[in-house]
Write a protein of this length. Structure first.
Length: 437
């Protein structure tokens, strides 16, 4: 990987792309430290220091914003509205025929869906920004903080609207920065910004574990966490690269005097076909009951049960539900993102077939059978990786935002591998020595 980056910096046009990407990253990180108008910055810093890394229900969003959420900056929402909008559009593509037709139109249809995603991102940013401002005004953003009520000293409507507009504009700028990286930089812009947001929280989380440790001044716990992180990265790389290759043979066809086809290829079915989406879905769904209980008044029985069982990451009921939801969403997302019947029809249209399997419906049934078989180990792997923060919570007394948690490791490794592949592919396009020989 380091060799690929060194070779890329020696190539003039790739060096420009890498430097442009680094410049956008610097701008993004600066924006995560600029507070929005109407916020008492000193009170925010006091509450953040008192929280001691325990970010509770807002930990997932805070991780995706690079720690900007709890700082209440102009990039507080980060890229979460865009991620949510992309997932919603991807799910609606299966349900709404118009979106499915746009997806099949190629580049023009994809551009239209991207435009819809932008509009939905702005709408979600307005909703999430309003919720964040309301939460900060009520003091619920930092439970137990002595100055939580004074984070937003001015309760006027104009101040609230100004804060929401600033955060919505910040989300639009983040979306624009991501598209700039995609067009003029290296890799997928949104994925790169997500990678930077998560990696930016690592140093503070690791240092917090060192400070909380008791063995050799905390260095034993610190070293153990680093070792566990390296083992997890190796495991994730191994599984993310694993795939089942289904061979496909194309029959020869004579068109005029020319012969077409006769080639052999394969359909790569990844073990973890769903990626990190099931973990995000499960985490978000488990946050809903806790949020409802947090903002509801009174002290009813259902609220006490939710507070006791669904707000603590080390509770057996929470762990069981979390694991089962990840497995369920893994199968659900694979079912809507990979259509065996469509793949079988395309193969039949171009004269392709799987050796030993008849074209058409038998091919679709075979693909569905293989996909279900490999999704089981992929979903169990996702569930086990996602439970690492819970085990760290019990073993080290760390916060629920364990630095080497399942979601963060999956995203960082996935984005890193994809970016390195793109750099290597562009290097191969510019290196013709082997071809000329």
């Amino acid at each position: 990987m380091l060799t690929a980056f060194a070779r890329a910096f020696r190539t003039p046009d790739l060096r420009k792309k890498l430097l442009f990407t680094l410049g956008i990253i610097v701008v993004y990180r600066v924006g995560t430290h600029i507070p929005i108008p109407g916020v008492n910055y000193k009170a925010v810093q006091t509450c953040v220091s008192e929280a001691s890394g325990n970010q509770g229900l807002f930990g997932l969003v805070n991780m995706f914003s690079g720690g900007a959420l709890l700082q209440i900056t102009i990039f507080a929402l980060g890229i979460m509205p865009y991620i949510t909008a992309s997932i919603i559009l991807q799910l609606l593509t299966v349900v709404i025929p118009r979106l499915e037709a746009l997806k099949k139109e190629g580049q023009a249809g994809t551009a239209k869906i991207t435009q819809y995603t932008r509009y939905l991102t702005v709408a979600l940013a307005i909703l999430q920004g309003t919720g964040l401002v309301a939460t900060a005004r009520s003091g619920a953003l930092f439970n137990g903080c002595s100055v939580a009520q004074s984070i937003v000293p001015d309760q006027a409507i104009f101040t609230t609207i100004t804060m929401v507009i600033c955060m919505t504009a910040g989300t639009a700028v983040v979306m624009w920065l991501g598209e700039l990286i995609t067009d003029r930089g290296i890799g997928n812009g949104m994925s790169i910004l997500m990678f930077i947001s998560i990696a930016a929280t690592f140093p503070s989380a690791l240092w917090a574990i060192k400070k909380q440790g008791s063995l050799a001044g905390g260095w034993i716990e610190f070293g153990t966490v680093i070792l566990v992180g390296l083992v997890m990265v190796a495991l994730v790389v191994f599984v993310e690269q694993a795939q089942r290759r289904i061979p496909v043979q194309y029959a020869k066809r004579m068109i005029g005097r020319r012969s077409y086809g006769g080639t052999s290829t394969y359909i790569p079915l990844k073990v973890n076909q769903a990626g990190v989406i099931p973990v995000i879905f499960a985490s978000s769904l488990l946050y809903i009951p806790a949020l409802v209980a947090q903002f509801s008044g009174g002290n009813s029985g259902w609220k006490q049960w939710i507070t006791a069982n669904l707000t603590k990451g080390d509770h057996p009921i929470y762990i069981t539900l979390y694991f089962l939801l990840i497995v369920f969403f893994a199968f659900f997302y694979v079912a809507i993102s990979f259509n065996p019947e469509e793949v079988a029809d395309n193969m039949k249209k171009y004269g392709g077939f799987i050796p030993g399997i008849r074209a058409g419906r038998p091919t679709a049934e075979y693909l569905s059978y293989v996909l279900n078989r490999i999704t089981w180990p992929g979903s169990l792997y996702l569930g086990l990786i996602a439970l690492v923060p819970t085990m760290a919570l019990v073993g080290f007394g760390a916060s629920q935002n364990f630095p080497f948690g399942g979601t963060s490791i999956l995203i960082i490794v996935g984005v890193g591998l994809e970016t390195v592949k793109q750099i290597e592919s562009q290097l191969q396009q510019r290196n013709y020595e082997g071809f000329l020989r």
